[in-house]
Design a protein around this ligand. Structure first.
Ligand SMILES: CC(C)(COP(=O)(O)OP(=O)(O)OC[C@H]1O[C@@H](n2cnc3c(N)ncnc32)[C@H](O)[C@@H]1OP(=O)(O)O)[C@@H](O)C(=O)NCCC(=O)NCCS
Length: 169
């Protein structure tokens, strides 16, 4: 089992893996064109020539990156693939000299093992401006915000003027 940067030829398997966890809302769905366009964000874990796990790191700027789309095949869980994926994404963040890595999750205990701590959503405004304002669950979100590193001191994105007033946490 080893973890490496994803290539375009992995996109279909990444898509299927994420789709297998998005039907029940565990993961946000990602379309195949979106995965291809952002393939350089992804890492994959391969075992015997098959992709058994994937994850992505979205870069906002030097102050913030976000871990997204972490998934391991059900039959491959519990063997360290999830940790390898997080380690690879944190290594990328470190290489880019990003000072804070964030994520939103319903399994904070897993990410706490990887060094993440719980944060308030308002402390990661770029994430709110990018995704939360258009999420149907924006006012009854059941995900926990977590960070690793220094909290961002600024946002690089602008609040979406018309929708941001609706955000109430
Ligand atoms: C979460 C997930 C990626 C973990 O993958 P995995 O390959 O089973 O994880 P690992 O085997 O690397 O586990 C690493 C550690 O985390 C622990 N762990 C695994 N899943 C956990 C969970 N759901 N909650 C708490 N701890 C967990 C393991 O016991 C292990 O602990 P250890 O280092 O003390 O032995 C996998 O269960 C998954 O794909 N879940 C569905 C998709 C999902 O929920 N993604 C996250 C969305 S934010």
């Amino acid at each position: 089992m080893h973890t490496r940067e994803a290539l375009l030829r992995d996109a279909a398997q990444i898509h299927d893996l994420i789709a297998s966890y998005s039907g029940d809302g565990t993961l946000l769905p990602r379309t195949l064109p979106e995965i291809c366009e952002n393939i350089r964000d992804f890492v994959v874990t391969e075992d015997a020539g098959r992709i058994i796990g994937c994850g992505a790191l979205h870069l906002y700027g030097p102050h913030l990156a976000e871990v997204r789309s972490i998934a391991v095949l059900p039959q491959s869980k519990g063997n360290g693939a999830g940790r390898q994926l997080i380690d690879a994404l944190l290594e990328q963040a470190s290489r880019q000299e990003v000072t804070c890595v964030c994520l939103f999750t319903r399994i904070p205990d897993f990410f706490a093992r990887m060094g993440f701590t719980v944060a308030a959503r308002e402390e990661i405004p770029d994430k709110l401006y990018k995704d939360c304002h258009r999420c149907p669950r924006q006012n009854n979100c059941d995900e926990v915000a977590m960070v690793r590193g220094e909290l961002p001191q600024f946002a690089i994105l602008q609040p979406p003027a018309s929708q941001f007033v609706k955000l109430q946490w």
